[in-house]
Design a protein around this ligand. Sequence first.
Ligand code: ATR
Length: 279
Amino acid sequence: MIKKFGILANPAKHSLSPVMFNAAFKATGIDAGYGIFETPENQLASFMEYVKHEPISGLSVSLPYKEVVIEYLNQVDDDVKKIGACNTVLNKGGLLYGFNTDYKGSNIALKNIVGDLKDKKIVIIGAGGAARAIAYGVLKEGANVHICNRTKSRADSIAIEFAEMFSSEIHSASLNDLRTGDILIHTTSLWTKEKGSKTAYNLPPKFCTPEYVENFDIVMDISYKTLDNPLISAAKKMKKHIITGDKMLFYQAIEQFKIWTGKEAPALVMKEALNRSLV
Ligand code: ATR
């Protein structure tokens, strides 16, 4: 029987995971397909029941469900417990297991450019599930972190929780109280939600302004929907090192494939499929 996998998110139609995973299944001869499960919030509970019974063998989880999905899982690993967010679900005989490959993907994407992350000063914009995973990953490597978020209380929660787990520094701030550092990482859903909105592009937020971007050597944006968003454009003009969202997507997907199939991922095939679909 063909195994089913897919992405749970809202919106989800823009996802490039299907092209990567369908190419990977084909290349490895695995009889499986990967689809899109764009699910409104009021249908999340029934969707998770459907996953168990259909059955859907595995899910990638993206915004806004990385945190809330945990309550529908039977078991989560230590990383998910500590991060408080899950981006990978494995269905084994109707029991749902949660993992987090985001932090592994972001660490590889960062280390490929930066090398050692120890003692680097990293400013993270946003405090959702992706920000949690990235902060956890870089703190594990000994970096110092500042989380800036529109809703400051969410940034405060991450700082308080992670300060208990790691010896390096973690602070929180509001979105208008931007701090400086070596690396700037943008994780909000702003570009995903605002695609096509002239307002968003004509009036870029403060963290995209040349005066602010100037403070950093490296700029990373986890959104891959529009590679040329206002932040990446500003960073490019200023000749900063740039890490675009497709890098984290790719490396975290390699880890997801291993969790779902128990096999090494066909990395080159997945990279080529991803590159063909990037805009
Ligand atoms: P994910 O789990 O994928 O990270 P999320 O939990 O929905 O998704 O988090 C989205 C992030 O984008 C949050 O940091 C959110 O800020 P709030 O905590 O204040 O909601 C941020 N975000 C979304 N829209 C935004 C906007 N228009 N301006 C600034 N931040 C925004």
